[in-house]
Design a protein around this ligand. Structure first.
Ligand SMILES: Nc1ncnc2c1ncn2[C@@H]1O[C@H](COP(=O)(O)OP(=O)(O)OP(=O)(O)O)[C@@H](O)[C@H]1O
Length: 280
């Protein structure tokens, strides 16, 4: 495929993507089935769904951590074949070297990618400034608050200038106020570099406040139930956008789609089998 084709292609495309895992007892478990999803370059997509529906598995396919069993997963029009340098990740738990300073942690990514140390450190200093951590360069990660550690994680991820950013409940360990502040910082930084984002969350308010579209997955095997464009104005402040009348309308519409899936997942775990007969 030539560059013209790939630059016009969506940043991420899952086409009838199916993922089956082998279980410890030798059976097959279908986590995702025929999932179709597209994320355009620069688009912020949030994914919500009940517990165990395959949200993290979807990210694993896009990241190349797990191969797609059937169907296709494409990045910029090309099938994913392993870890791609254009893809950045941010998870619930921070990926830091606990013995390294904040500055060295942020500089580590570019250094691994071959940037000379001085240049990497200068760049790291600049990113720490952007996330409001100037003056904390010499601290060790455990000497920071949870919110500050998240800002380090943002700097660590964005310093590599990913074209695609995969975020798996990145702020769920934070208290509500800190979470909102860090979410605003994420939006401001996203506006600067505009990667395509897939943001997995259990929090529908967070999904609507951040995203350009919200994808609702069904109870497992996960597939796309509905996709809702979020036509709220930008720039947004997550603390305030939730008072917008349109926010409340969107919340009601999306929740009415999500509610049945959440209930079905709950019923399934309340004493029944992990997957209904014949689902695999
Ligand atoms: N490596 C694996 N082997 C077997 N089953 C797996 C594996 N990884 C995930 N699964 C199963 O696939 C299903 C989807 O898991 P996944 O973590 O993607 O769900 P999720 O929607 O992210 O869940 P949660 O909302 O609870 O974080 C789950 O039932 C899980 O147990």
């Amino acid at each position: 495929m030539n560059e013209t084709v790939s630059s016009a292609a969506p940043a991420i495309e899952l086409r009838r993507a199916t993922k089956r895992f082998r279980t410890p007892s030798g059976g097959i478990y279908t986590a995702l089935r025929d999932l179709d999803m597209t994320v355009e370059p620069g688009e912020f997509c949030a994914v919500v769904g009940p517990t165990g529906c395959g949200k993290s598995t979807t990210l694993s396919l896009v990241s190349g951590l797990e191969p797609t069993t059937a169907g296709r997963t494409l990045i910029h029009g090309r099938p994913v074949s392993g870890i791609d340098r254009r893809v950045g990740f941010m998870f619930q738990t921070d990926a830091v070297f606990p013995w390294k300073s904040v500055l060295d942690n942020v500089a580590a990514g570019p250094q691994f990618r071959g940037t000379p140390k001085k240049e990497a450190v200068d760049k790291a200093r600049d990113w720490l400034r952007r996330v409001g951590l100037s003056g904390f360069e010499d601290r060790l990660p455990h000497q920071l608050s949870g919110g500050m550690r998240k800002r380090v994680a943002l700097a660590q991820t964005l310093i590599n200038e990913p074209e695609i950013l995969l975020m798996d409940e990145p702020f769920s360990a934070l208290d509500v106020q800190t979470r909102q502040i860090v979410s605003d910082e994420l939006l401001a930084l996203w506006e600067l570099t505009r990667p395509a984002v897939v943001f997995v969350t259990h929090d529908l308010e967070e999904a609507i406040a951040l995203a350009d579209k919200v994808v609702v997955l069904t109870v497992g095997p996960g597939t796309v139930k509905d996709t809702f464009p979020i036509d709220l104005p930008r720039p947004r402040t997550v603390q305030e956008i939730r008072f917008h009348p349109r926010f409340i309308e969107l919340y009601e519409r999306i929740w009415s789609s999500l509610r049945d899936e959440v209930q079905a997942a709950y019923d399934r775990t309340a004493g029944q089998s992990p997957q209904p007969a014949g689902a695999a």
